[in-house]
Design a protein around this ligand. Structure first.
Ligand code: CMX
Length: 440
């Protein structure tokens, strides 16, 4: 049987001629058009990045290597007795593009087991943080601290052929991914539990081991598998993926790149939205004194939020135009395991009430719920109640996809990213010329 790395290398060799042909024979073919609106508007929808790891289909949601999430949750191998697939299987799929067999997953489990030990100095750095530090800052720094372990940095200094860049990058990726769950649970224990001892069992899969390290019983192992898989990639243009790619394009090693992507994820418009949902839900719960509102009362809360000039957190999306399948998978899990939790009852009611209200308001292009409308609520139910930590959980998952992207960036020789900027004067001159043409 081929190892993951051997399989990956075969895939890389087969893929390289496709990129070469596109560049040499079709390099000047136009793909998209840059308008002033796109330049000023955060490049929304501008097709200017390439990735084969995932694609966000506005109608079907995220596709990992072409597969929708409902498809993957059906076919991916899962641990005996588990409801959710192995996270290791998603890593295999994102890296190679192939669905893993049980044996392939066993190979990844083995790789993780060999690489999981977190050096003592990382714990020391985490311990040294002053109280009140945000867990994302600690997480980003802990990852950065591991930079001294980078194979890529060492090989690059020694002089390595460009064609081989992917190899030490792969080693760095696997080493980091094997360590992230323990780093995260150590941060959780340190920040919120007075430094409780975290005991890892490398014989377990990522989901089960994370639940163990967090000290939370079943089905939190399945919650972790589900959470990490659902968050693992969301194509290339979102801030965390793009930041990871951009920083890696300078040939910064994987630790520098993933630490940077974590910083992007920490923003309120990105990874922090899931905690906004909980904050908003609790605001409503407080106003209701914990009682379940009637549908009319809930509708009024939604309108009050909108009329205050605020968004309804967890609803809407820049690309999706349907209910996020990541939301639906979590909803199905919640219906099975926590249907009686009052906080789920709120979420369930919002699922029915918010879309028609947003439609009536007529602003949001997509009135349906996204992943963040559900993820924090499930964590809350299983006892992880510290909102600030939710983005760290997101980061563990997202690192899988971004590591896969960076390995492939290196394998396909993607260059330093360097778009050109222009000035407002220049934009105005372009606008003037265009309006002159229109009027003549
Ligand atoms: N509540 C109220 N208004 C909303 C809204 C919501 N949930 N979603 C969009 N709108 C408003 C926008 O604020 C915008 O208003 P203005 O014209 O006054 O600026 C208008 O509708 C058009 O926005 P849009 O094109 O539909 O949405 P964007 O692409 O600009 O923004 C997003 C997308 C996610 C930032 C936005 O829907 C939002 O703020 N949602 C709430 C926060 C949230 O859930 N974020 C998590 C996103 C998950 C992810 O990215 O994966």
């Amino acid at each position: 049987m081929q190892t993951l790395k051997e399989k990956l290398y075969d895939k890389i060799l087969a893929w390289r001629p496709r990129i070469k042909k596109l560049l040499e024979e079709y390099g000047d073919v136009r793909v998209d058009c840059v308008t002033i609106e796109k330049l000023i508007g955060g490049m929304r929808d501008l097709q200017c990045l390439v990735t084969d790891i995932s694609y966000l289909d506005p109608k079907a949601g995220i596709r990992y290597r072409g597969y929708t999430l409902p498809e993957l949750f059906k076919v991916l191998p899962r641990p005996k007795g588990a409801e959710m697939p192995y996270v290791e299987g998603i890593l295999y799929l994102l890296l190679t593009g192939d669905l893993p067999t049980e044996n392939d997953v066993a190979d990844v489990l083995d790789e993780m087991k060999k690489r999981h030990i977190v050096p003592r100095y990382v714990h020391d750095v985490i311990d040294a943080f002053p109280s009140g530090s945000h867990p994302m800052v600690i997480f980003s720094t802990a990852i950065l601290t591991l930079h001294r372990e980078s194979f890529f940095a060492k090989k690059y200094d020694a002089g390595i052929n460009k064609l081989d860049y992917w190899d030490p990058t792969y080693e760095d990726a696997m080493n980091l991914l094997a360590k992230l769950p323990e780093i995260a649970s150590y941060i959780y224990a340190k920040v919120y539990q007075g430094g409780r001892k975290v005991v890892s069992d490398p014989n377990l899969d990522v989901g089960a081991n994370f639940a163990r390290m967090m000290g939370i019983d079943k089905p939190y192992d399945d919650v972790s598998r589900m959470h990490f898989i659902l968050h693992s990639d969301h194509e290339s243009g979102n801030v965390s993926a793009h930041t990871g790619h951009l920083v890696a394009s300078t040939l910064s090693d994987l630790y520098l790149s993933i630490s940077a992507m974590i910083n992007g994820l920490a923003g309120p418009l990105h990874g922090l939205a899931n905690q906004e949902v909980l904050r908003w839900l609790h605001e409503i719960m407080d106003k209701m004194g914990g009682a379940i509102p009637t549908e009319d009362e809930m509708k009024q809360f939604v309108w009050d939020t909108l009329n205050n000039g605020q968004v309804i957190p967890g609803f809407g999306h820049a690309v999706l135009r349907v209910t996020d399948p990541r939301y639906m998978i979590q909803r199905e899990f919640a219906l099975k395991h926590m249907a009686d939790d009052p906080i789920f009852k709120y979420v369930d009611m919002l699922f029915r009430i918010v879309p028609p209200v947003l439609r009536e308001q007529g602003k949001a292009k997509n009135p349906w719920p996204n992943v963040d409308a559900h993820s924090g609520v499930i964590q809350w139910h299983y006892g992880v109640r510290e909102y600030d930590f939710y983005t760290v959980l997101f980061g563990i998952g997202r690192a899988i996809g971004i590591c896969a992207n960076i390995v492939w960036d290196r394998a396909l020789g993607y260059p330093l990213e360097r778009p050109k900027s222009i000035t407002t004067d220049m934009l105005e001159a372009i606008a003037k010329k265009a309006s002159h043409k229109k009027s003549t």
